[in-house]
Design a binder for this molecule. Structure first.
Ligand code: HEC
Ligand code: HEC
Length: 377
């Protein structure tokens, strides 16, 4: 597979931009944008210039100008080194306002096996029925883009139609959009489309776990024990099923984030209704996406509100603290319909954590084509 490199270009394009990490009242720092000169091969089939579009999307993803005060980019809350999640319970958006929920990793938004729905220009759904956000309120990657941009907590822009003019005034978009669309004209649909192509290209697939399946490299005894506990004894896999152990299909199903929403018994009474907010059904209250556990070692703190700081605390929840909530999932109930607290031994916990660590994909988090093209001067 052809891998192209980002060539540093036109350093010191002083564009008067705030760096993402700066708060809104700080002095604007000048940055240079290292324009992606060579287009990365995000998709194997370049129908409709989708690689050029993903390249524009990469710059947009990291560009603070998508927020009202130029301070917040997608990358502020979705950090590559953390599998595009954040390391705080609630992230800081526009004017230091906090998000309502814990930031989520961006990975495997669409199926990675089989024909990629985007390669034929079919930018319609997240693919195969996966739903996005903790409560599943969106299943169209392109529509999703407008949410963080127009959400006042996150980026402070209430109407995306202000963005084309604002971005057109920046020196570096003209070439990028021309390469992608044959014209430098910027529209809000193009903005959404480009970001959608970029984020949909972010995929796992090179963790030690996968290598152990594909290349038959060997996991340690402790990691293997953790895998069996995860799969058999504690049946974590019955919900976190985006790691499939079906050896007939090559040992894994690396496709989707998740399409299932469940209540895993966090609190006696619900403060965040989760999926119930979207469907209006009381039986969906307290249900959240059971996340794909790839890169889980990088995405602390955990759960939709970031309540647990460590994987140890997560396992303690499943060990002793599952609450008897109204919608507690049947898979976490015993035969008497009571919470199935798992009473893990310390060795079992350590083995499961060792296994979860094998799901870290160091390639994804260091891949240049996903990295921030802006450099502070
Ligand atoms: C201020 C922080 C913040 C910013 C800025 C932000 N996000 Fe998010 N993102 C979040 C939070 C928090 C969630 C979870 C929200 C929820 O479920 O209610 C999330 C969820 C997502 C998801 C869902 C992932 C999944 O598996 O379901 C995607 C995709 C995403 N964001 C992409 C983006 C893009 C693209 C941008 C820029 C246009 C962006 N985000 C900007 C905080 C942020
Ligand atoms: C009944 C389904 C179910 C079972 C069984 C289950 N989980 Fe979960 N898990 C969930 C749901 C749903 C969430 C998200 C809950 C939330 O944030 O409100 C979650 C969250 C997590 C998280 C945090 C994810 C993140 O990104 O913050 C980890 C880690 C985790 N589970 C590991 C496990 C392990 C290990 C087991 C087995 C011991 C297990 N789970 C069993 C449904 C389940």
């Amino acid at each position: 597979m052809k891998k192209s490199a980002v060539i540093a270009l036109l350093a010191a394009l002083a564009v008067g931009m705030y760096s993402c990490s700066k708060s809104s009242d700080s002095t604007p720092a000048t940055v240079s944008v290292v324009l992606p000169q060579t287009v990365h091969q995000y998709y194997a089939d370049n129908t409709n210039n989708i690689n050029e579009k993903a390249t524009v999307g990469r710059v947009l993803f990291y560009d603070g100008h998508l927020s009202l005060n130029n301070a917040i980019s997608c990358g502020s809350c979705h950090k590559q080194a953390l599998a595009f999640a954040d390391n705080v319970s609630l992230s800081t958006g526009y004017e230091n306002r906090l998000t309502k929920r814990n930031s989520m990793p961006i990975q495997d938004l669409v199926a990675s096996s089989g024909p990629h729905p985007f390669e034929k220009g079919m930018l319609t759904s997240a693919g195969g029925g996966s739903f996005l956000f903790w409560d599943g309120r969106e299943n169209n990657v392109q529509n999703l883009i407008a949410r963080p941009i127009t959400n006042h907590v996150e980026m402070g822009i209430s109407d995306m139609s202000v963005l084309p003019a604002k971005l057109s005034a920046l020196p570096y978009y003209s070439k990028l959009f021309t390469d992608a669309y044959g014209t430098s004209e910027i529209t809000k649909d193009k903005i959404s489309e480009c970001i959608a192509y970029f984020i949909s290209s972010i995929k796992t697939g090179n963790s030690r776990y996968e290598l152990s399946v594909i290349r038959k490299t060997v996991l340690t005894a402790q990691e293997q024990e953790g895998m069996l506990l995860f799969q058999n004894k504690f049946m974590c896999n019955s919900c976190h099923n985006s790691i499939s152990f079906d050896t007939s299909s090559g040992g894994m199903n690396n496709g989707y984030t998740s399409m299932d929403f469940m209540d895993n018994g966090l609190d006696d009474s619900y403060t965040d209704m989760g999926q119930g907010t979207i469907t209006g059904n009381a039986t969906d209250n307290g249900k959240f996406k059971a996340p794909k556990l790839h890169n889980i070692a990088l995405t602390a703190p955990y759960m939709h509100d970031g309540r647990y700081k460590t994987l140890d605390e997560v396992l303690e929840h499943y060990s002793h603290n599952i609450r008897n909530t109204p919608n507690l999932d049947i898979r976490l109930r015993d035969q008497a319909n009571q919470p199935r607290n798992m009473n893990m031994t310390n060795d079992e916990k350590q083995a499961i954590i060792a296994f979860l660590n094998t799901l870290t994909d160091t390639k994804m988090i260091t891949e240049t084509s996903f990295s921030n093209p802006f450099r502070a001067n």
